[in-house]
Write a protein that binds this ligand. Structure first.
Ligand SMILES: Cc1cc2nc3c(=O)[nH]c(=O)nc-3n(C[C@H](O)[C@H](O)[C@H](O)COP(=O)(O)OP(=O)(O)OC[C@H]3O[C@@H](n4cnc5c(N)ncnc54)[C@H](O)[C@@H]3O)c2cc1C
Length: 401
């Protein structure tokens, strides 16, 4: 079988889904991407393409210059206490992206997704506003019914299915089991949404931590919306309907209403946000990432959690390795899937271990906040310094040899 004869269905058109679609089509596979949202899903804060291997993957995809061009280009950051008093300020770094002199790239999530979408071009078939409803595999392929096909009851057949549909993966649920088997709760919840830039920030990031509650704003151009993080700790996972956005907003508002700083105004603006995302900070831990001809990629299979800031790099490297192993084992795809897992597992585990070491410095209290900048600069973590190395194979060379 040549790669041109192999039909692959990817569920999810975000970082991992579009990256693997890019690489698979590069190697000649016939790729279809199904995305539940009616278009590329908007929203998200800053993501990081971090570490030499992830930056090299972007280079090999030909998108490095573009993502640098579209990167956040922040001028600095500040931290404030609950009363709004500045406790730390730097024009050499941001909190999420680390020191500005690093070769890594910080970029808004939807900007990165748009660049990946453009890189994929028209080599891929996209189906937006749909979702896999049933999957049935045998030794030679997978029969898939999409929700919108249900009425016609005509399954589509693929050689492989890739679940790149995020931490709440639909493919994982259908093939491997319910979320509870694999989701490990890390003790907090976070929301990400866009609101007006009511503080008039300009290429700036501001964060407020108040005990186990906190949040921040990130603004690129002054006339752009403020991308907001807002979250809180909770010792046990909460029970709520993850499809009920209004209930999630209420939950967040209840927890943060008296958290100080600008939280009341942020919560008021939240009511009209066009792109609300809320979830537990979880990791996905699985013993195996594939089952027959169905394989998981990125957050779906091994979410390292938002707390590490590494999810994007892991997803892009995972996509590169998965497509490369499938291309080099095109006559025995199941071997390719196992090689993908063998190549990546230690890297994923090392990234997941970072989550235990990512706390922000404590906000200074009362009297201590009398000076100018009272947070010890050395205590503000630089995520760049924690990037885990990964040896990238050259699949192009292997395919030529
Ligand atoms: C709206 C949003 C905002 C985010 N904001 C941040 C952030 O601010 N900071 C951060 O570090 N990380 C954020 N993330 C997570 C980050 O994108 C990932 O950790 C990382 O980039 C790996 O991406 P992924 O492609 O594996 O998963 P994701 O980026 O989660 O993408 C999953 C994709 O699958 C789609 N999908 C879900 N269910 C189905 C289904 N049934 N059928 C088809 N498609 C489906 C989703 O719409 C989405 O496009 C966000 C993710 C989303 C979806």
């Amino acid at each position: 079988m040549t790669t041109a004869d192999m039909k692959v269905l990817v569920s999810g058109a975000s970082v991992s889904g579009l990256s693997v679609a890019y690489w698979l089509s590069h190697y000649g596979f016939k790729v279809t991407v199904v995305e539940r949202a009616p278009d590329l899903r908007p929203g998200g804060q800053a993501l990081d393409v971090r570490g030499a291997a992830a930056v090299e993957v972007a280079q090999r995809m030909g998108i490095l210059a573009t993502i640098r061009e579209r990167s956040t280009k922040l001028a600095g950051m500040s931290m404030v206490d609950a009363a709004g008093k500045e406790t730390f300020r730097s024009e050499e770094r941001s909190l999420t992206g680390g020191k500005f002199n690093s070769p890594n790239v910080e970029i808004l999530r939807d900007h990165l997704v748009q660049v990946l979408f453009e890189a994929v071009g028209d080599r891929i078939d996209f189906i937006f506003g749909d979702s896999i409803e049933t999957l049935k595999q045998d030794d030679t392929g997978v029969d898939v019914t999409l929700a919108n096909d249900l009425a016609t009851a005509s399954p589509r057949r693929f050689d492989l299915v890739i679940g790149a549909d995020g931490m709440r993966s639909n493919v994982r649920r259908l093939v491997f089991g319910p979320d509870e088997q694999f989701a490990h709760y890390l003790g907090s919840y976070i929301a990400v949404f866009s609101i007006p830039n009511f503080l008039g920030l300009d290429h700036w990031q501001v964060f407020c931590q108040n005990g186990d509650r906190g949040g921040g704003l990130l603004v690129l151009d002054k006339d752009q919306p403020a991308r907001t993080y807002a979250g809180f700790g909770a010792p046990e996972p909460l029970t709520y309907d993850y499809r009920d956005i209004a209930a999630q907003k209420r939950l967040l508002a209840d927890r943060l209403a008296d958290a100080g700083w600008e939280f009341p105004r942020i919560l008021a603006f939240m009511e009209d946000t066009p792109d609300f995302y809320f979830d537990a900070i979880n990791q996905i831990r699985m013993d195996e990432w594939s089952n027959g001809r169905v394989v998981l990629l990125g957050d779906a299979g091994y979410c390292v959690s938002l707390a590490t800031g590494q999810g994007t790099s892991v997803a892009m490297i995972g996509a590169y390795v998965l497509a490369g192993e499938l291309a080099t084992h095109r006559h025995e795809p199941l071997v390719g899937l196992k090689r993908y897992e063998q190549a990546l597992r230690d890297y994923v585990l090392a990234n997941q271990a970072l989550a235990s070491d990512m706390s922000l410095p404590d906000a200074p209290s009362g009297d201590a906040a009398g000076g100018d900048a009272v947070i010890d600069p050395d205590s503000v973590p630089d995520y760049n310094e924690r990037a885990i190395p990964f040896d990238l194979k050259s699949y192009e060379t292997l395919l030529r040899s």
